[in-house]
Design a protein around this ligand. Structure first.
Ligand code: AMP
Length: 435
């Protein structure tokens, strides 16, 4: 038997309803913040990630899925969403669009060759957003608020919001020199990974999980103490904005994030629930003012975030959000030959009106059809046979109360609709009659 690849998994029908729910909320929150969706290919030229995420990042060093195509070109399955979006913005000249800044969101699978564990897969899904074309601190506030509003809409509590600033290009460069000088004589006191990292990616030493209580790391100089005046002004205003929204957040001077392209604000939202195990970061993001010009686009400031959707699902485990069972409006109980008695047409007309209707395909007995109707949580049974057909009528039975009425077929749709007014099961769509 062929099995799935390590670090991947199937989302089976029962689970996929949960996914659809968190995706619906994502789309609704994006709508109220007026973000538009962008969809980019799942694979890109490898160079895109080498030049953006960074040669020294863990992602590019050891996690990308690279392959040569039949034309011997190097391609990479996308490990994250920001670089492809920046590529698309440059290639499609979205930076020149009259509507600025561009407020974009994306959703889809990402691929990283990591050690699989709870909340960490090799194929995982990210929901992300980017605002491209404004250097205002208001935009940092907007993006952080978007991420928080999504969690609030899902009723995910027990979260900690952490923010920090890495400064602009110049202050980050100066700080990195200071940090390298500080780490040099202490290098033997750091973990093996940090001994390797300190030369090419010294920032990562600050947020190393192994060394988090190491006195060398605790006493290290922090980026926040090396901000230029304008970088400090920017960060102070981000803080002011978050305060004026009444958000609870903390400034974490050690927060740096793992991707090379961040400048100015970086942030993370961490779940304190034990449902997530050690992979507790729900969302990470920050500003990347130089990435677009580094990828040969015009000098364009930008800021973004990415949620891990698997972690959202984990955080919502056993919550009321997933408690509601899925229901259908009605199950058609077929007493006689469906091919001869117009049943297919009746079912189809109800569906075109937006009602969720199902019926039997296995030639089940009458009793078994009622059982199946209960299994799929039908609110009504529509009972129909030759007698009903000859009278142009149908029996409609409430699955919960057992109440039954005989309804003229011409009135069936309106009759059912009236039953679902003020009900928590609404029409699946406006239906083709309503379009
Ligand atoms: P990053 O793109 O590394 O900044 O990660 C942003 C978010 O994506 C993280 O906070 C996680 O929620 C999620 N994430 C990153 N890598 C994985 C993975 N291998 N499996 C599941 N979720 C991930």
């Amino acid at each position: 038997m062929i099995k799935k690849i390590k670090g991947t998994y199937d989302i089976l029908p029962e689970e996929s309803e949960k996914w659809q729910k968190i995706e619906d909320v994502m789309k609704n929150v994006a709508r109220i913040f007026n973000f538009k969706e962008i969809r980019t290919p799942i694979f890109e030229a490898s160079e895109l990630f080498h030049r953006s995420v960074g040669q020294s990042s863990d992602i590019v060093k050891k996690e990308t899925y690279d392959f040569k195509d039949r034309g011997n070109r190097s391609n990479t399955l996308r490990p994250e969403g920001t670089a492809p979006i920046v590529r698309a913005v440059i290639e499609n000249k979205l930076y020149a669009d009259a509507s600025q800044p561009q407020k974009l969101y994306y959703y889809g699978p990402m691929f990283r060759y990591e050690r699989p564990q709870k909340g960490r897969q090799r194929q995982f899904h990210q929901f992300g957003a980017e605002i491209i074309g404004s250097s205002s601190p208001l935009v940092d506030v907007e993006i952080i608020n978007f991420a928080i509003t999504y969690l609030q809409a899902l009723n995910i509590k027990d979260i900690v919001i952490k923010v920090n600033s890495l400064g602009d290009k110049a202050s980050k460069k100066q700080y990195l020199e200071v940090l390298s000088e500080y780490l040099e004589p202490n290098i033997n006191k750091l973990c093996k990974d940090c001994q390797r990292r300190h030369k090419e990616n010294p920032l990562r030493v600050l947020d190393c999980k192994v060394d988090q209580d190491n006195p060398v790391v605790l006493a290290a100089p922090k980026p926040l103490d090396y901000l230029s005046d304008s970088a400090k002004y920017h960060f102070d205003h981000v803080v002011l904005g978050l305060e004026s929204l009444g958000l609870n957040f903390e400034i974490d001077k050690n927060l740096v994030r793992g991707l090379d392209y961040y400048t100015h604000t970086v942030f993370e939202i961490i779940s304190e629930s034990d449902k997530l195990g050690s992979q507790s970061t729900l969302v990470g993001g920050g500003r990347y003012n130089d990435l677009i010009s580094d990828l040969d686009g015009p000098d364009t400031p930008a800021v973004g975030f990415a949620f891990g959707a698997e972690r959202i699902i984990l955080a919502l485990e056993n919550s009321a959000f997933f408690a509601e069972e899925s229901e259908i409006h009605a199950y058609f109980i077929n007493l006689d030959n469906v091919f001869e008695n117009d049943a297919l047409k009746i079912i189809n007309d109800l569906r075109l009106g937006g009602l969720i209707i199902d019926y039997d395909f296995l030639n089940r007995s009458l009793k078994a059809q009622f059982k199946q109707a209960d299994r799929v949580n039908a609110r009504y049974y529509l009972i129909y046979g030759e007698k009903e057909a000859s009278e142009h009528k149908i029996n409609v039975k409430n699955a919960k109360t057992g109440e039954q009425e005989t309804v003229n077929l011409d009135d069936l749709y309106q009759y059912l609709l009236s039953k679902f007014q003020n009900s928590n099961i609404s029409k699946a769509c406006e239906g083709c009659n309503g379009c």
